[in-house]
Design a protein around this ligand. Structure first.
Ligand code: AMP
Ligand code: GLY
Length: 423
């Protein structure tokens, strides 16, 4: 099979690495790609925002499957453009991508299908949103409705903080994404990420992970795209997984199909495991980054076979096998991230890796033959272990053998799970 992979981050490097292991793969192309992805794929200069250019490339090369990594091309309708030309694609339609693109859309679906989630109201005027916050009190959560690069959410511990967040949204801090605001009840519990494939009718549970969103050790400082992750998430016991499938995923698949937006792709459910059980915080319609990296390390099955089944409505004919070992990834980022940071700083050495270890490229480029850091999140240093503690020790040993002056990372990825192992 010939595959075109869309994207250029650590998530796509992990997907490329795993796709390249498939016996069914004959040729892998990637756009825009990065130097890590280039180890497994032919990088092609196709503008992924130009849907016609992408479909023309697919026809020319007789591509059997397009795998879309990030959410932006999905929300922009790339999967629709490909399907309209009878090109198989892994990734939902723009209409189905509203599950990630619009928090209000998802909340309304939850209400109609009785999917457990925090109680909420949608507002398009500040005064009404503020009155609601005053009436509900704190803690309370204020969210810009649209895509705001993970920055549109304020978990307000006081009413004043919530009121300020409402002003920020309506004053345009998140652009068009803040034209509508969702105010939501605060959910108390432990967070986990759950991944599940869907072909529009059938669900295939993948695996669980936990992310570390804050930039600093001990979960301090501003939110980021994710500073590290591990899989599996210990809080997701077999009982919690089966409840999540039954109470959250299955009604979502049914609801999307009945609404006329059948969902084919991967559900990335952000969950809060509260005293009542799993509750939905949000859906993403793509793999998590860096959660994908740890999932791919643990996946024993052929990824291409799974993604092709999700794209072609044959998910009931495949199954996914996972290593029982833990995978853990540490994100190395440019100093200053998630704020401003210097670009094109030299990465003078990447560590040698052995089986069960991998350094994924997230924001790198080659300049005059030398590897440089071009992004905020730059490397995903990943290792497997029998325990979280072992995976963590191996990953940090790789970090310590990486030479990149302008890089930094958290030193405590996996701390909650390690504490759990020790107790
Ligand atoms: P989101 O972009 O919706 O994933 O929200 C970002 C982060 O805010 C989540 O990962 C949670 O840590 C937190 N959060 C969002 N909604 C809630 C909620 N209802 N209760 C508590 N924390 C929340
Ligand atoms: N790591 C969180 C995300 O991909 O949204």
């Amino acid at each position: 099979m010939k595959v075109l992979l869309i994207g250029s981050g650590g998530r796509e490097h992990a997907l490329a690495w795993k796709l390249a292991q498939s016996s069914k793969l004959t040729q892998l192309y990637a756009a825009p790609g990065n130097p890590g992805i280039a180890e497994h794929a032919t990088i092609v200069a196709v503008d992924i925002d130009d849907h016609q250019a992408v479909t023309a490339f697919c026809h020319e090369k007789k591509i059997d499957l397009v795998v879309v990594g990030p959410e932006a091309p999905l929300v922009a309708g790339l999967a629709d453009a490909l399907r309209a030309e009878n090109i198989m694609v892994f990734g939902p339609s723009a209409a189905a991508a509203q599950l990630e693109g619009s928090k209000g859309f998802t909340k309304d679906l939850c209400a109609r299908y009785d999917i457990p989630t925090g109680a909420y109201r949608r507002f398009s005027h500040a005064a009404e949103a503020k009155a609601y916050v005053q009436q509900q009190g704190a803690p309370i959560v204020v969210k810009a409705d649209g895509l705001a690069a993970g920055k549109g959410v304020t978990v307000a511990m006081t009413v004043d903080e919530a009121l300020a967040a409402i002003d920020d949204c309506f004053d345009g801090a998140f652009g068009a994404a803040g034209a509508e605001v969702v105010v939501e009840a605060f959910l108390d519990g432990e967070e986990a990420s759950f991944f599940c494939l869907s072909d529009g009718r059938t669900a295939l549970a993948l695996a669980t992970a936990q992310d570390h969103k804050r930039v600093g050790d001990g979960d301090t400082g501003p939110n980021t795209g994710g500073m590290g992750a591990y899989s599996p998430a210990p809080v997701m016991t077999p009982e919690m997984v089966s409840r999540t499938m039954k109470e959250i995923i299955e009604p979502t698949i049914r609801g999307m199909a009945e609404s006329g937006y059948p969902f084919a792709g991967v559900f990335f459910a952000g969950l809060m495991i509260t005293a009542k059980g799993p509750e939905l915080i949000e859906y993403n319609v793509r793999f998590g980054d860096p959660e994908c990296q740890v999932l791919m390390m643990r996946l024993k099955s052929d990824l291409l076979e799974l993604l092709y089944a999700a794209a072609t409505g044959t998910l009931d004919q495949v199954s996914a096998e996972w290593s029982d070992d833990v995978a853990l990834t540490v994100v190395m980022a440019s100093k200053g991230y998630p704020g401003a940071y210097e670009k094109n700083t030299p990465i003078s050495r990447l560590p040698q890796t052995s089986t069960g270890e991998k350094v994924f490229h997230a924001g790198t480029a080659l300049k005059d033959g030398a590897l440089v850091a071009t992004g905020g999140r730059v490397l995903n240093v990943t290792a497997m272990g029998k325990t979280v503690a072992e995976a963590k020790a191996r990953a940090y040993a790789l970090v310590d053998r990486t030479e990149w002056q302008n890089g930094f990372c958290r030193r405590d990825i996996g701390w909650q799970a390690v504490a759990r192992e020790e107790s």
